[in-house]
Design a protein around this ligand. Structure first.
Ligand SMILES: *[C@@H]1O[C@H](CO)[C@@H](O)[C@H](O)[C@H]1NC(C)=O
Ligand SMILES: *[C@@H]1O[C@H](CO)[C@@H](O)[C@H](O)[C@H]1NC(C)=O
Ligand SMILES: *[C@@H]1O[C@H](CO)[C@@H](O)[C@H](O)[C@H]1NC(C)=O
Length: 429
């Protein structure tokens, strides 16, 4: 740039300017073709037996089962099989606490320290090669808040869309009833009778670590004192961990499904981050109905944006859907709200902070101007390609303007220098 300013001869300078413009043009054209070639390569990733398929591979998927279930139970296995049939080439991993024993994995759904289990999942997912470029995640029931903890605490590799079915994001105000033959559940239930906020329960009994009852002032005080899982991931303590909020807000979409006839989760609206208002020793006549859960958008976790939910919502990335049925009764209508929309869709193939920034900005703009989510428009790939093309044009314009600006400045300085260094009197006309 300074070289350009010192040029004495106007012609040479303009020549250089033209050259610079030409080489920028050439560079941008090369970049465009490069980007095109890259997308073609990315889009023609081999899928299954079709080596030159133009179909992009679906984004990998991780699931975390619920309480009483295990990573490779019949139900989970058949679910994974159905998904693989619906989305050829889909890689699915089911989080397990014990690779060698499925019954031990099931036991750990009831017993264990949730923070350790989440850390275990962090290590497990980081070690899987197929997931290294990110994945979508589905959490069933308590697996939903555990996967959210993964996103907030670890998120390496990164989660794209987080989907939770009937999860207890704001905890449970009552313990779920056990099935008549569920022995493990009964053992856990008996252990919980010894107290929910004992040190033992808070580090050994899973449901105790997301038990949160704002209706009972004393229990709630103990919760605030003793709990180190749901209170922590909801940034409900004195200190707010901004990493949690940034990580959750970095999701492309956070999809929360609630079951309208859910009687297992108390209150069922916990699946949408609602909870009963915190009751106060002194008054039972506080404003509003204390028996109605406060909706998310009126809760401080949202209004103070403690964990990034407000940021997600602003760009249309916080999705609350209702499914009809009892807890975890995922019927076809419920499936359609998720599959092929947030799960099983191709990966953008780009994994950089710039791509994330573009994606988020695009979502925000689209949602703010039209009220539409990217997933509701003609197709993710099309809209995203459109954004990249738009960005390309903008960058191109910026470079052009910049070069013109530099040219103008240097011309002006040159004229000034001539005035200053000219010998003899200056004649003003
Ligand atoms: C916030 O969470 C991250 C991820 O778990 C952790 O590394 C960090 O130490 C936490 N920061 C604070 C202030 O607790
Ligand atoms: C009860 O609630 C009021 C306001 O809602 C608050 O000022 C007061 O400190 C609370 N009392 C207790 C014991 O928490
Ligand atoms: C949408 O954009 C306008 C103008 O930029 C802004 O004032 C408004 O707050 C935005 N809406 C949301 C929901 O963020």
């Amino acid at each position: 740039m300074s070289r350009l300013c010192r040029q004495d001869d106007g012609k040479t300078r303009r020549g250089n300017f033209e050259l610079a413009r030409l080489s920028t043009m050439r560079a941008t054209t090369t970049a465009l073709f490069g980007a095109l070639a890259a997308s073609v390569t990315l889009l023609s990733n081999p899928v299954g037996a079709a080596p030159f398929s133009v179909l992009p591979k679906p984004h990998p998927l991780v699931i975390w089962h619920g309480l009483g279930d295990s990573a490779h139970s019949e139900g989970i296995e058949s679910f994974m099989l159905q998904l693989k049939e619906a989305f050829p080439g889909l890689y699915v991993h089911s989080v397990t606490q014990d690779q060698s024993s499925d019954s031990e994995d099931r036991r750990q759904g009831f017993f264990g320290h949730v923070n350790d289990q989440v850390q275990m999942a962090c290590d497990q997912l980081a070690s899987i090669d197929e997931l290294r470029n990110g994945f979508d995640a589905i959490g069933f029931s308590q697996g939903g808040q555990f996967l959210r903890a993964y996103v907030q605490r670890c998120n390496t590799p990164k989660v794209r869309n987080l989907v939770t079915f009937g999860s207890q994001h704001m905890g449970i105000a009552d313990l779920p009833a056990c099935g008549p033959t569920d022995l493990l559940c009964r053992v856990a239930e008996a252990a919980l009778r010894g107290g929910i906020y004992t040190d033992y329960a808070q580090s050994h009994l899973v449901t105790a670590q997301y038990y949160r009852n704002p209706k009972d002032p004393r229990a709630f005080a103990s919760y605030l004192e003793k709990n180190d899982f749901i209170k922590d991931i909801n940034n409900e303590g004195q200190e707010i961990n901004t990493t949690y909020a940034d990580n959750l807000a970095s999701l492309e979409n956070f999809v929360m499904l609630m079951f309208d006839k859910d009687t297992t989760v108390e209150p069922k609206q916990s699946s949408w981050f609602a909870s009963y208002p915190v009751r106060n020793e002194s008054d039972s006549l506080k404003e509003g109905n204390l028996d109605e859960p406060t909706p998310l958008r009126q809760s401080s976790i949202y209004t103070d944006d403690r964990i990034g939910l407000k940021r997600l919502d602003r760009r249309g990335s916080l999705i609350m859907e209702l499914c009809h049925g009892l807890h975890m009764q995922i019927d076809p209508a419920c499936q359609l709200k998720v599959f092929g929309k947030y799960v099983g869709t191709p990966s953008a193939g780009l994994d950089s902070s710039l791509a994330t920034w573009i994606d988020h900005t695009w979502r925000w703009t689209l949602y703010n101007t039209t009220g539409l989510r990217v997933e509701q428009t003609a197709g993710l790939i099309i809209t995203q390609s459109f954004v990249f093309l738009g960005l390309f044009v903008v960058v191109r314009l910026l470079i052009f303007t910049l070069i013109r600006g530099v040219g103008a400045v240097s011309r002006k300085r040159m004229a000034d220098e001539r005035v200053e260094t000219a010998r003899g009197p200056i004649h003003l006309s």
